[in-house]
Design a protein around this ligand. Structure first.
Ligand code: DON
Length: 558
């Protein structure tokens, strides 16, 4: 494989360095056959390996996810959930929803009777995991190689061990005070010390779970000893998950939201993600306000991007699981509503809008990871998976060592109270048995006139996912930047409430910050706005991958 940085990128990097003195970044990788952009080099290479052995992009995606379950359990263990956007040649793009669901014994009042931390740490925070069902479904529908072949590398890494990364060490150290006993047993050394970067971690308990999933497929995870282990550990930590909940878990195929820009079609994640709708709104608004006419990173451009995001995020509070409420998606994407939002955006100042409620809408006629696999045939997988917080609920199953999510915190758990991501959620997102919590995950795929995938991207980062994915798309579609330039560019975030414009620290000039303040923006600095990764077909027809320097990153392919 050949790694090189293009000339134009070198200029761009020197320009960025003026603002960012101490950054390191992943290199863009170009290839002719298949490329993988992932949050870990081991996982990206495992995906490349299976493709070289005759697998397709779907096999590679399953291998990347299973590898991450071993090497990055904080956001990708089998105890989480996710969304994927998939493009198979000759078929339309499909969105797969394998998000966690609320256990049958929960309802709207479930968290109101518990302490506020209970939706974050411990058994009550745990939703029914969807990742194993999602991976199995992808393989069943699109896979080429036999299912058991996909387990070879993940099993080797769990069995013989892998060297933990700096990210693994940092996340594990930070979250370890929330671990139950099994978490401490499997993730810390016997003497209670942490595995440090470069130390080898072996996980025999996980080998057991992976073998059962490999041999018995869905029944190996959702029934039998693994299911019993998950239920027992959740209940011991105060939760209400049952074996029945696990047995009843189903993935859902959904119709992506689509949006045409020039001769390309964007395929965006529909509810229960808020991502697609907000990104679509933001793309409409940047065009209505001609934002690309402003200079790159000029104060006016930054202000308008912030305003666009703020107004677009206003919709989030009326969204939830489409199978449980009638969502006003049509009204939110109507010309009438978009014009109203567009009119409220001014270049000179920041005009505030009232929060949205059903009444104010025109009448109708929400730690995670993302990776992309794309090949030169035009097939692609864009997948975001998560446990919500790093290591989710802090509960690790006793026998098989599966870290369990805290996705229940993505529901409206206490009315009018912000969740961990500062989001105040609405009625449509109240807890209900079997319901999926509103998400911000935004796996995105773009096809060309020949119905081939030409761009796929996504990100972790809670609500900042939406801002990150939107700005990367905007930079590619309207500023004509390459994928690495588009992802490297400094980003802003505004989620409507609270009324704060978040800027990536040290990446905007003090002068720009002053002008933004004069326009009425309340500014806070944050380390970064999401961690985007993607693969794109460039102008020369080559595949090009980039994984954000804002965290651990890997790219692989040929
Ligand atoms: O689904 C969601 O929107 C959240 N559970 C995602 C959490 C996340 O991205 C945390 N990442 N850093």
């Amino acid at each position: 494989m050949k790694l090189f940085i293009k000339k134009s990128t070198a200029f761009f990097i020197s320009f960025l360095l003026a603002f960012t003195p101490a950054l390191a970044w992943a290199m863009p990788l170009q290839g002719q056959t298949v490329l993988i952009a992932a949050p870990s080099q081991i996982a990206a290479e495992a995906g490349e390996d299976i493709y070289r052995k005759g697998g397709n992009v779907f096999d590679a995606a399953v291998v990347v996810a299973l590898t991450l379950a071993v090497t990055s359990p904080y956001f990708a263990s089998l105890g989480g959930g996710g969304f994927a956007m998939l493009k198979k040649n000759g078929e339309e793009v499909q969105a797969l929803d394998f998000r966690e669901t609320a256990p049958a014994a929960t309802d709207e009042t479930y968290f109101m009777n518990l302490k506020s931390g209970n939706s974050w740490t411990g058994g009550p925070a745990i939703g029914v995991p969807g990742i194993p069902a999602g991976l199995f479904e992808i393989h069943k529908k699109y896979g080429k190689l036999p299912w058991d072949r996909l387990f070879k590398t993940p099993l080797e890494l769990a069995n013989r061990g892998f060297q933990v990364s700096g990210e693994w060490f940092n996340y594990t150290r930070k979250e370890s005070p929330r671990f139950n006993l099994a978490g401490k047993k499997y993730l810390l050394k016997k003497d209670g010390q942490f595995y440090k970067p470069g130390d080898t971690l072996i996980q025999p308990q996980l080998v057991g779970a992976l073998n059962l999933f490999k041999d018995k497929k869905l029944k190996g995870f959702y029934e039998g000893v693994v299911a019993k282990d998950i239920v027992k550990s959740t209940v011991a930590a105060g939760g209400v998950l049952s074996e029945e909940d696990l047995k009843n878990y189903r993935v859902i195929w959904r119709q992506p939201l689509t949006y045409k820009i020039k001769d390309q079609t964007l395929h965006l994640m529909p509810p229960p993600s808020s991502g697609g709708l907000i990104i679509k709104t933001a793309l409409e608004l940047v065009q209505r306000k001609n934002v690309s006419q402003q200079g790159f990173l000029h104060a006016d451009e930054t202000h308008l991007l912030a305003e666009v995001l703020e107004k677009s995020f206003r919709s989030r509070s009326v969204l939830g699981d489409p199978d449980f409420s009638n969502l006003p998606t049509q009204s939110l994407l109507s010309d009438k509503y978009l014009n109203e939002l567009s009119k409220s955006i001014r270049i000179s100042s920041s005009k505030k809008l009232e929060p949205l409620s059903e009444k104010t809408l025109p009448k109708e006629s929400t730690e995670t990871t993302h990776f992309v696999v794309m090949d030169s045939k035009g097939e692609a997988v864009s997948m975001t998976i998560t446990l919500n917080g790093n290591y989710g609920s802090g509960v690790v199953s006793d026998k098989f060592g599966i870290a369990l999510n805290n996705e229940m915190d993505d529901f409206t758990t206490q009315p009018d109270k912000a969740n961990k991501y500062g989001l105040i959620q609405g009625q449509a997102n109240l807890v209900k048995a079997g319901k999926r919590p509103l998400s911000s995950m935004s796996p995105t795929l773009v096809t060309d006139v020949n119905n081939k995938a030409v761009l796929a991207l996504g990100a972790p980062g809670g609500p900042r996912i939406i801002s990150g994915v939107f700005q990367a798309l905007y930079r590619i579609m309207f500023n004509d930047l390459d994928i690495e330039q588009a992802i490297m560019a400094p980003r802003v975030h505004h989620q409507f409430a609270p009324d704060i414009l978040y800027l990536e620290e040290n990446r905007f000039s003090p002068n720009v910050v002053k002008i933004l303040q004069k326009k009425g923006q309340q500014i806070k600095n944050i380390r970064n706005v999401a961690k985007v990764c993607g693969v794109r077909v460039n102008k020369e027809g080559l595949l090009e991958a980039y994984s954000d320097y804002r965290g651990e990153a890997g790219v692989s392919g040929y």
